[in-house]
Design a protein around this ligand. Structure first.
Ligand SMILES: Nc1ncnc2c1ncn2[C@@H]1O[C@H](COP(=O)(O)OP(=O)(O)OP(=O)(O)O)[C@@H](O)[C@H]1O
Length: 257
């Protein structure tokens, strides 16, 4: 099992009077789906970027299996909200880009790309151009590109934020399917309250001023979905409805209505 750990992490951007995140700890292990949520500016992206190796903490420690995170690595694939795909490349070449950079031979690149395109339900789209795809399909290409590297961790910053409600719901179940099948550890930032609860095994609620974790909620709704229960029945369950209210309270606590 692989474990990504943030220990008492502080993020302080140069020239800012206050740290963006103080003394914050969490971990993500293989097979866990950890979600960061909270109001705007509470430091969610900052924390994710520390895990990605894109931001160096001013205090504390970020590590994978005890080894310090100093830079981005192939073990941690990052998916952003509007993933920058290369419009002049085909879908398959976008997915295979990182593999090409790493010198993976062409036949293997093709096989691996087609396998992950099937995983994200884009089988047969390998030869299409990016501009021929809908927003939801583009986001699935971004996800396929991340998966092609066979990472231990998927780090996702509002990956579904730009999608319409229906596409977003479909992507949520797709993410759960991929997570359950791959055993990857996920750290995801979202503003979506239902999304956080449905997907996460653990939800961390952050609050600003300075950014910190104010609540931890354990959930098993994603596992129930993976075990065959329909999403609609999960969301209608009184346990889900109560948890949603508890999560909303934690997010908006201290904020004037
Ligand atoms: N590169 C940067 N330089 C200076 N300040 C930054 C930088 N990135 C973020 N900040 C500040 O750090 C704080 C936390 O930002 P961050 O983006 O981590 O929060 P967030 O919870 O992800 O916000 P949102 O939900 O709006 O995306 C904010 O006050 C923000 O203005």
């Amino acid at each position: 099992m692989t474990k990504l750990t943030l220990d008492n992490v502080t993020v302080h951007y140069e020239g800012q009077p206050q740290p963006a995140v103080v003394d914050t700890s969490l971990s993500v292990a293989s097979g866990e789906f950890v979600v960061l949520t909270g109001r705007s500016g509470c430091g969610k992206t900052s924390l994710l970027n520390v895990a990605a190796g894109l931001v160096a903490p001013a205090g504390g420690r970020a590590s994978v299996n005890g080894l310090p995170i100093a830079e981005p690595g192939a073990d941690r694939a990052v998916v952003f909200q509007n993933d920058a795909l290369f419009p002049w490349l085909t879908v398959r070449d976008n997915v295979a880009f990182a593999l090409r950079m790493r010198g993976v031979p062409e036949a293997e690149r093709r096989d691996r790309s087609d396998a992950v395109l099937t995983q994200v339900k884009l089988e047969g789209y390998g030869d299409r151009r990016i501009w021929e795809l809908s927003g939801g399909m583009r986001q699935r290409v971004g996800l396929a590109r991340a998966l092609a590297a066979e990472p231990d961790f998927l780090l996702m910053d509002e990956p579904l934020g730009a999608l319409d409600a229906l596409t977003r719901e479909r992507m949520q179940t797709l993410l759960l399917d991929i997570w359950a099948a791959s055993g990857v550890g996920v750290l995801m930032v979202t503003h979506g309250i239902e999304e956080a609860l449905l997907l996460a095994t653990t939800v961390f609620v952050m609050a600003p001023g300075p950014g910190r974790i104010v609540k931890r909620i354990e959930a098993d709704f994603g596992r129930r979905y993976a075990a065959g229960e329909p999403v609609r029945s999960i969301k209608a369950d009184a346990v889900f409805v109560l948890a949603r209210a508890e999560l909303a309270d934690a997010i908006f606590e201290g904020e004037l209505a």
